[in-house]
Ligand binder design. Structure first.
Ligand SMILES: [Zn+2]
Length: 270
């Protein structure tokens, strides 16, 4: 998955001065400034930009800072989906995670309580205002659900956005547990009840500022799917043989579908 990289990811907040060879991540909406050279993903360095902002994180010994820049030389804005799938895994993870943070910084330049300018906290990763408002990075919990019934898995296609077969998924609402989100989203999207929920793994998914919780579970009753056409184009049951795509080594969704296809999911259910 995208977060499974060989180097350690250091996300602790700290005050540190940028050095000339450190990387700078610049972000516009869902795109990151980078260049591709010999199939390598390159980010601008501190020495190439006039101003450099906050320290973001380190991947191994490589430090990343925030920046702002137009395109220059061979550096262009590459959309985060393409960056996420790049073969250079550590840079791909840095690009997506950096975009997550930079979008949050951009969205919190002014205080939502009093309207004044926000400032970087000196002690933690937060934006603070003189009025006392403290805003932490936005991380939205969400679930992805592999529903199993009679040796088949329920896959869905969205009306908009991601065009491939995926699992039932949705954001947690105020006041519910992630398990309750599973039951609600499954009922809303495909109209069935589920049981025997088994938590599998989580995944940070910076492209939607979310933290995904992956569950396997089993359908109850006749498992007749009733599709919510506001959200989904279609939903149907697939046997392992009918799944013709592989784990992309990026998303938790694909890893979980891969576990179903290989049969390894059986160890996760009672
Ligand atoms: Zn304020």
């Amino acid at each position: 998955m995208i977060q499974d990289i060989n180097s350690h990811f250091y996300n602790q907040h700290k005050q540190t001065k940028p050095e000339e060879t450190d990387f700078v991540l610049c972000c516009k909406n869902d795109a990151v400034l980078c260049a591709e050279r010999d199939r390598k993903l390159c980010f601008p360095t501190v020495s190439q930009l006039k101003t450099v902002g906050a320290y973001l994180f380190s991947v191994g010994s490589t430090k990343y800072f925030a920046g702002e820049s137009d395109e220059f030389a061979d550096y262009t804005y590459l959309n985060a989906r393409t960056a996420a799938n790049h073969a250079e895994r550590e840079k791909a993870f840095a690009a997506v995670t950096g975009a997550h943070l930079l979008n949050w910084y951009n969205d919190n330049r002014f205080c939502g309580r009093c309207g004044n300018k926000m400032h970087h906290s000196q002690t933690e990763r937060a934006m603070v205002c003189a009025c006392g408002n403290v805003v932490y990075p936005k991380i939205c919990p969400a679930v992805i659900v592999a529903i199993i019934h009679d040796g088949r898995i329920c896959l869905t296609k969205y009306n908009r956005g991601y065009a491939h077969w995926a699992l039932v998924a949705g954001y947690c609402e105020i006041g519910e547990t992630v398990e309750q989100t599973v039951h609600r989203e499954v009922m809303e999207e495909v109209g069935i009840r589920v049981k025997n929920l088994r938590y599998y793994k989580s995944q940070p998914w910076g492209r939607s500022s979310s933290l995904l919780f992956g569950f396997f579970c089993e359908a109850e009753g006749d498992a007749l799917l009733t599709v919510d056409n506001n959200e989904l184009k279609e939903a149907k049951w697939f046997s392992p043989d009918e799944i013709d795509f592989e784990d992309d080594k990026v998303s938790l969704t694909r890893e979980m579908i891969g576990l179903f296809k290989s049969g390894a999911y059986k160890n996760l259910l009672p």
